[in-house]
Design a protein around this ligand. Structure first.
Ligand code: CA
Length: 246
């Protein structure tokens, strides 16, 4: 695992935020916490600094003077798998993030608790480091549920002949559900296994990712083929022998 403190190189965080009253104190806090923050106050600067600094993680404000954070997220995502945490204002901005698929790993709502954001940054970086080094999840054999095929080693998903492009979180979520196909996985277990064992924030991000996953699997929440919502408990992935599956 990578180290985040001490004499090992500090993870570089690109903080894209135009409000100096938020960006500057937060950058100082990140530095105290052992990160190496760089601030970009505009969309143009964000992309330039991304190329220059090759950050380990991007914190991305949704509303910038010269652009939309979602466009930057898409732009970065087309270039790399860098983890992205979106920063949004409460209310309609959150809905815009929630309603759209932008390839972000997570989002937080302003005004945010800096402790919570730091915890989320650490959680995301731990996940990525574990995946890079393959220490956390032994990939295992491909999983097949009817016409759905998941290859954990290659991190690829096929629905019939169609390859489904998933973000890192969507893939982990699908894998966790499919590994337990036919049984209910609780919200708490999903948050702990896919996000962080010490998760203490909102679990709305789980519903957001489930929504994205459903859309990509062409699933319908009101009449699910793949992912059943078990209200107040969690989610259940279709068993291999359901709905005409072999
Ligand atoms: Ca802003």
């Amino acid at each position: 695992m990578r180290q985040y403190a001490g004499n090992v190189s500090a993870p570089r965080i690109l903080l894209v935020e135009d409000e100096a009253s938020i960006a500057e104190p937060f950058a100082r806090l990140l530095a105290r916490e052992g990160f190496e923050p760089t601030i970009a106050a505009t969309a143009a600067r964000a992309v330039a600094l991304y190329e220059q600094e090759a950050p380990d993680l991007v914190l991305l404000d949704l509303t910038l003077p010269d652009g939309d954070g979602r466009d930057i997220a898409r732009e970065l995502r087309s270039r790399s798998d860098v983890p992205i945490i979106m920063l949004t204002a409460r209310g309609t901005e959150t809905d815009r993030v929630v309603g759209l698929e932008i390839g972000a790993d997570d989002y937080v709502v302003k005004p945010f608790s800096t402790a919570e954001v730091v915890a989320r940054i650490r959680a995301v970086l731990r996940r990525v480091a574990a995946q890079d080094e393959g220490v956390e999840n032994t990939p295992g054999e491909p999983i097949e549920v009817a016409e759905l095929r998941i290859d954990p080693a290659a991190r690829r998903v096929f629905l019939g002949d169609e390859e489904i492009e998933l973000s890192r979180k969507e893939f982990e979520l699908l894998l966790e559900l499919a590994r337990n196909a036919g049984t209910v996985v609780t919200r708490e277990d999903l948050m702990a296994r896919v996000w962080d064992e010490n998760w203490f924030g909102s679990t709305k991000t789980l519903d957001v990712h489930i929504g994205w996953l459903r859309r990509k699997l062409h699933d319908d929440a009101s009449e699910p083929r793949w992912i059943d919502t078990v209200r107040g408990v969690g989610f259940r992935f279709a068993a291999p022998d359901e709905d005409g599956a072999p």
